[in-house]
Structures are given as C-alpha cells and as structure tokens.
Design a protein around this ligand. Structure first.
Ligand code: C2E
Ligand code: CA
Ligand code: CA
Length: 402
C-alpha cells in the first residue's frame, strides 16, 4: 500500500511551503501532486475531476477561500478522500475543525504541524493508508460457490485477537476475525477477499453463525487456558442489523451452550452502521438482551463524540487511522482525549486498535486504566492453539516486568 502513487493535492498560499511539501512528498515516493495557492482554485479542480484526488493537504489561513470554507465546500461536493490540515493549530481550533468536517461529512484524518518534516509526513500517509483500507476493493475475491464450499468443507475458521488491559494485565476480550483456511497457499484467506461477496449473496448470516458455533466450541479450552474472564467479540455487517429478528437468531445460537449474552460483544463498524431506524432498533434489542455492542472503526464515519451519549453502545473502538503516530498528531490526541473523557464518564469500554509500535503503546500507558489496547504489537490474529501459546508467553513477560 505504502508505495502506491495516488493523486495528492496541496493547498497553501505560501510558495516556500509548497516547495517544502513537494520535497518531502517526493522523498516518500509521492510524485502525483497538484499544488493550489488558494481554496477557490483547489475547489474548481476538484469539481472538474470528481473523485480524482485521494488526499488533500489544506492550510487554514489563506486569502480568497480559507481552509475552513474549503472543508465545507468539499463536503458539498461529496469529496470522499482524506483531508489533512497542514498548519499550526491550537487545540480549540482543531476541535472546531473536526466538528465542522464531521458536520459536512468530510474525512479529516490528521494535522501536520510546522515545521513539516519527512517523519511526520510518513506518519500522516500511514494514517491515510489505514483510513483507505476501509473502502479499498480487494484484488481477488472468492465467488459465492467458493465461499459455500469453504463453509461446507469446514475451512471457515475464527482467528482470535485479544484486547488487552494493561492496568490489570489481563485479557479483556477476544475478537473473532473470519478466515478461510487455504492449505498450501502459505496462509489463510482474509475477510477482505470474501465478506462483501458473502453480503451480496445472502451468505453473511451463515458465516456469522458458523464462526460463532466454532468459537462456542473452542471457548471452554480458551477459558481454562487463559483463565481471566473475557468476552468474545464478533464482527457483523451493518446489513445484518436490518433484520429485526437477528438478535433472536443469536439467542438461538447460544441457547445450548455455556455462553451467555453477557459474554458476547457485537462489533459493528461506524462507517456503515447507524444509518437507519431498523439498525438502531436491532442494536437496542441486542442491548436489552444483555449483549455488549461495540462501535468499531470510530473515526472512519461521522459520529460526533457528543452523539455517543445517545447511542446504546457499551464499547467504542478507535480506528487505526487515529492511533497510528498518535504521539505526534494533535488532531488524533484531541479526538482520543475527548473520547476518554466521555467513555469513562459513561462507564463504557474504550479500545485503541491497530497498536503497532512501542511509541503508540507508551502514549496510551498514561490512560491505561481507561483504555484497552489491541494490535500487532501484542499479537496478530491467530487460530486458537497459537493464541493460547501466545498468551502464556505474554503473561510470563508481563509478570516478569511487574
Ligand atoms: P476490523 O473489525 O476493524 O478488524 C481489525 C482488522 O485490523 C483485522 O483485519 C486485523 O487483523 C487488523 N489488525 C489488527 N491489529 C492490527 C495492527 O496492529 N495493524 C494493522 N495494520 N492491522 C491490524 P482482518 O482480520 O483482515 O479483518 C478486516 C475486517 O473484516 C474487519 O475489520 C471486519 O470489519 C471484517 N470482518 C472480519 N471478520 C468478519 C466477520 O466474521 N463478519 C463480518 N461481517 N466482517 C468481518
Ligand atoms: Ca472489529
Ligand atoms: Ca476496527
């Protein structure tokens, strides 16, 4: 992903800044860059080339049309790429900018501080990659028959990735991520290669309940090895929430097992959920029945921190696009700080996902009583036996360091 040369626009009235930006972006192998000296010119180009630009860097203070007005106008043109504010800002201004972007349905993904440098820019590009992964079409999709066969042949399996609590050094929850086993191919097939086809071919419920069944069977062993009380988190598609009887199907699926609704968290992605009344009704029904419900990928949609007050979630997961390089990005810090404030007041769980580096983990350590962490730094998603193996060595390490 990092080496793809997608179209970038830089909007800044200062020629010297435009030159600095060109040099830095070139150093990171980005060469498809358009420069504009004000918002009006930028907007004109964007309108003429609908959906062309992937990422736009906007200075806030410019003559003619300033950065705020440009963000508002981008919303009106339904610009679907990422926007980065490239200027020094006070936290209050960042807050306001992010509210305006949300209101106008613009994806603000970060803030570049002056003086601009390569390291900061690399981190912003990585955030953009994380953001664009959510809408990127996969290269080779399985077809519906291949998916059906995989399920029939018991090749659909859950991989597990923990959400760790660094305050208690316990596993808080284990997320199920769908994989199709592909022996001989050097790895399992990722959800990006089959979930959307399954959604289009009425196979998504089969996938959910097949995975859940396997996870229920594997839970006793996981529980006896891992010991801590943890919940199982399962991802569902927004369209499954359109089915008002979906929570009843969950009840039926767990009826003959030791798993209760309280041990299950339903993860639903912010980008596609919360659009219809039916979705909200189904979420509420899950909640009433005792299931946990988690707002996944927070930061990729347009939910305000304030709106969370009125939604029935028991957990919020901060998307990787806000987590990557957070120690350096005031925009992400402002959003995450207000989430920490709100979720701790409401008594709901907060998870930072996509932790890959020690620096990212260290940033969150000061809030470790208020936030759970998940990411490759701890472990990639793994099949049951490998997860158990990982758990024992992780536990040993944390206990030795206590
Ligand atoms: P998600 O629910 O947001 O899951 C997180 C994804 O990020 C997973 O990708 C995980 O492997 C990956 N990840 C975790 N930690 C890191 C990290 O530190 N760095 C990076 N770069 N990535 C990390 P995966 O397993 O490929 O799943 C992709 C998406 O597919 C999931 O995103 C989820 O939305 C969807 N999905 C997975 N299983 C199911 C399922 O059973 N049903 C439905 N409807 N969707 C599913
Ligand atoms: Ca998830
Ligand atoms: Ca997520």
């Amino acid at each position: 992903m990092e080496n793809i040369d997608y179209p970038i626009m830089v909007v800044d009235d200062s020629k010297s800044i435009r030159l600095v930006m060109m040099k830095i972006l070139n150093q990171l192998n980005k060469s498809d860059i358009t420069f504009c000296e004000n918002g009006a010119k930028a907007l004109d180009l964007i309108k003429r080339k609908q959906n062309h630009y992937s990422l736009i860097f906007v200075d806030l203070n410019m003559p003619e049309m300033d950065g705020m007005a440009l963000i508002r106008e981008l919303g009106a043109t339904q610009f679907s790429g990422g926007v980065v504010i490239a200027s020094q800002m006070e936290r209050r201004v960042i807050n306001l900018a992010s509210e305006i972007a949300k209101k106008n349905k613009v994806h603000l993904i970060g803030n570049l501080k002056k003086p601009f440098d390569v390291r900061q820019m690399a981190s912003i590009l990585e955030k953009y990659n994380a953001f664009s992964e959510h809408s990127a079409p996969a290269i080779s999709m399985l077809n519906a028959d291949e998916i059906k066969q995989s399920i029939e042949n018991k090749r659909l399996i859950p991989y597990y990735q923990p959400k760790v609590n660094l305050n208690s050094n316990q596993i808080h929850s284990i997320e199920l991520l769908a994989r199709i086993d592909a022996p001989g191919s050097g790895g399992a097939i990722a959800p990006a290669n089959f979930i959307s086809v399954a959604e289009d071919n009425q196979l998504i419920d089969v996938i959910t309940f097949d995975l859940l069944k396997t996870a229920i069977n594997e839970y006793p062993e996981l529980e006896s090895e891992i010991g801590d009380f943890f919940t199982l988190a399962i991802n569902i598609s927004a369209l499954q929430l359109e089915d008002l009887s979906f929570p009843d199907k969950f009840d039926a699926a767990i009826a003959d097992s030791d798993i209760t609704a309280e041990k299950i968290t339903i993860e639903v992605t912010e980008q596609h959920a919360l659009k219809t009344d039916k979705q909200l009704e189904t979420l509420n029904r899950f909640r009433i029945k005792g299931y946990g419900i988690s707002l996944d990928d927070f930061g990729t949609g347009f939910t305000n921190v304030g709106q969370l007050l009125n939604l029935p979630f028991t957990e919020v997961k901060i998307d990787r696009c806000l987590v990557t390089g957070i120690y350096d990005d005031e925009f992400s810090q402002v959003v995450v700080n207000s989430l920490i404030d709100l979720t701790s007041k409401l008594g709901i769980d907060l998870v930072a996902e996509g932790i890959e580096t020690i620096e990212e983990m260290e940033y969150f350590l000061k809030f470790k009583a208020l936030i759970l962490l998940q990411g490759y730094l701890f472990t990639k998603p793994k099949p049951k036996d490998e997860l158990i193996h990982w758990y024992h060595s992780w536990k040993k390490t944390v206990l030795e360091n206590c």
